[in-house]
Design a protein around this ligand. Structure first.
Ligand SMILES: Cc1cc2nc3c(=O)[nH]c(=O)nc-3n(C[C@H](O)[C@H](O)[C@H](O)COP(=O)(O)O)c2cc1C
Ligand code: SF4
Ligand code: SF4
Length: 278
């Protein structure tokens, strides 16, 4: 079995979970390819690999939850998967304590449309990646060692399934855990809507040194320098450029944004925070 861990992680929480998975697979003596969809070199390598993906394979695919859904780079990756070969899949999400939405159910169903057999899944609570301006962001301190332990348990369970003859599939309905009201609300939400909640991304030419770091770090490859940063449609509002610009040259009112998210979270209460499905 060939194992691949593929993820997108603008703020690092999904990368941490991917790392726990890869380390645990290594402990089990299983060689693993690890790919960050936010890195253009990894994206190119994956593109090549996907045209001739070794089989049988087990794909561990991770996304942060954005406005209740998986992020576009992960959706595009799943769409690009070849349908041939024997594929097992384990989707995992990190979410910021507002609402884990329908991301896992959507990943599960897209993967099954690609002919994959689901073997497990995980949702992991993480610090909310657009609340850094607040003293106590939602999901503060997560993922923590308890979350890591749950993820390692998932890897063990999937490994056992693969080792057993039956390779018992995880029924898709297990990932369909949200209420009808949340599912209906999720249907109306998308990245374009999230973008509208923030000020248009624009560099402050008084502060910007044209260093290009924002373009290099953008997980969507959406920034070009001309001579100041220009933001293309592919931007999925991860806000990494805003947070990490060394000059603070991409203005955004993150305190107001953080308070708005707190208000949204107050209307939802979604236990359990971290959960594995096998
Ligand atoms: C634009 C945007 C939308 C988000 N939407 C949600 C959401 O709907 N529900 C939620 O609980 N967290 C939401 N989050 C928080 C992230 O899901 C969470 O912090 C995740 O762990 C980030 O993963 P990363 O650190 O790998 O980038 C959102 C974050 C951003 C930037
Ligand atoms: S990282 Fe900041 S300073 Fe550097 S080019 Fe981008 S906006 Fe300008
Ligand atoms: S332009 Fe900025 S906010 Fe948009 S995807 Fe790139 S890094 Fe994220």
């Amino acid at each position: 079995m060939h194992h691949f861990v593929v993820y997108c992680s603008p703020s690092g929480s999904t990368r941490r979970v991917a790392g726990v998975i890869a380390d645990k697979l290594a402990d089990l003596g299983l060689a693993t390819g690890v790919f960050d969809l936010g890195e253009s070199r990894d994206r190119q390598e994956l593109e090549k690999l996907c045209s001739d993906l070794p089989s049988p394979r087990c794909l561990w695919i991770g996304t942060p939850v954005y406005v209740d859904h998986m992020v576009p780079p992960v959706q595009n990756f799943i769409m690009s998967l070849p349908k041939d070969g024997e594929t097992y899949a384990v989707p995992f999400i990190t979410w910021g304590g507002v609402n884990s939405g329908v991301a896992l159910a959507e990943m599960g169903s897209s993967l099954m449309e690609k002919g994959s057999t689901l073997l497990g899944a995980a949702k992991v609570l993480a610090v909310h990646s657009s609340m850094w301006a607040l003293e106590h962001p939602l999901g503060e301190g997560h993922p923590d060692s308890g979350d890591d332990a749950a993820v390692r348990k998932l890897v063990d369970a999937v490994h056992e399934k693969l080792a057993s003859g039956t390779k018992a599939p995880l029924p898709l309905k297990v990932l369909d855990y949200q209420s009808d009201a949340i599912k209906e609300a999720a249907r109306k939400k998308n990245i374009a809507m999230a973008k509208k909640a923030y000020a248009k991304l624009e560099a402050d030419v008084e502060k910007c040194t044209q260093c290009g770091q924002c373009a290099a770090m953008c997980p969507a490859g959406a920034i070009t320098l001309n001579p100041y940063p220009q933001f293309a449609e592919e931007c999925f509002i991860c806000l990494k450029c805003v947070r990490e610009c060394p000059e603070g040259a991409i203005p955004q009112d993150m305190v107001t944004a953080g308070k708005r998210i707190l208000d949204m979270a107050a209307a939802v209460n979604e236990p359990p925070r971290t959960d594995i499905f096998v």
